[in-house]
Design a protein. Structure first.
Length: 74
């Protein structure tokens, strides 16, 4: 979690509209993996805000988001 938060700090969305949201998405993945569903959802909501071009389609298909859907990845 610490490294994910640090990555978001190093590349804020205000400075890089492409990489910044990606770092936020990765922080959301880390939060989902560690069971912090609230933080994961909060970060996803931030990652898709303009000026981001990110979309949430992957949350419906990728196993990495299973913890947010209540399914185990094992």
């Amino acid at each position: 979690m610490r490294e994910g938060r640090r990555a978001v700090e190093l590349v804020p969305v205000e400075n890089d509209a492409l990489v910044g949201p990606t770092m936020i998405k990765y922080l959301a993945m880390i939060a989902a993996w560690t069971g912090d569903k609230d933080l994961a959802c909060e970060q996803l909501a931030i990652a898709v805000r303009p000026p981001s071009n990110r979309q949430l389609w992957s949350t419906k298909t990728l196993a990495v988001w299973d913890p947010l859907r209540g399914r185990s990845t094992l």
